[in-house]
Design a protein around this ligand. Sequence first.
Ligand SMILES: C[S@@+](CC[C@H](N)C(=O)[O-])C[C@H]1O[C@@H](n2cnc3c(N)ncnc32)[C@H](O)[C@@H]1O
Length: 224
Amino acid sequence: MKEATLTRALDPLDFIRANMHLAPVPSLPGIQLYTAHPGSGLRRLAEQDEGSEFQPPYWAYPWPGGAVLARYLLDRPGTVAGRRVLDLGAGSGIVAIAAAKAGAGAVTAAEIDRNAIAALTLNTLANGVTVAVVAQDLTAGPPPAVDLVAVGDLFYERTLAERVTAFLDRCLAAGIEVLIGDPGRAYLPRPRLRTLAKYPVPDVGDIKNAPMKSSAVFSLKRDA
Ligand SMILES: C[S@@+](CC[C@H](N)C(=O)[O-])C[C@H]1O[C@@H](n2cnc3c(N)ncnc32)[C@H](O)[C@@H]1O
């Protein structure tokens, strides 16, 4: 019998609870996330889905785009108060959690990575907020029934960025506001952005005490 068939599949919820530490986000101490540490062994979880493409554990970190967007929503709760908010590509759920804490009427987090879905479910529980989780690629479909789409750090890969931008265009055409948090990734639709705020935050993978770079919150304008 092959070794793989003897190995019991890891349950992402159990794995995260057992191997990650719940800790405040350094730039947002009011939000706690299950956080990776050197002994977490996240590859074991990311590699276990035989036959499917390896998914890097993006959900295990607050990305700078998400961190600044969360900061912005907490600093300006009027942006989301009473409104229906979608966090697209939620990862750890940092933006969704901030939106809920800032008083959004309803928050939905969309993710396609099943480990991210486990992480953001645990993270929302740990922060005492209610977030509906959609395990689906919404970018292929029509605009959702929300007032605001919040996008934290999704412009790091060309085809993904093109799909996301086309989806956001459909949202804008339907009257939905779009906010983007981003450190200036390669495929950001720069000419169509209006800068709302800038904050210094560390990037994922930066060594400890590296100088912080500026990331920004933008609103997306309709294509001229
Ligand atoms: C760089 S991480 C950013 C996570 C979070 N927004 C943040 O700022 O910390 C990008 C996340 O988007 C998710 N993702 C990629 N394509 C997606 C799609 N089409 N729909 C939903 N989530 C997607 C990935 O699984 C990943 O967790």
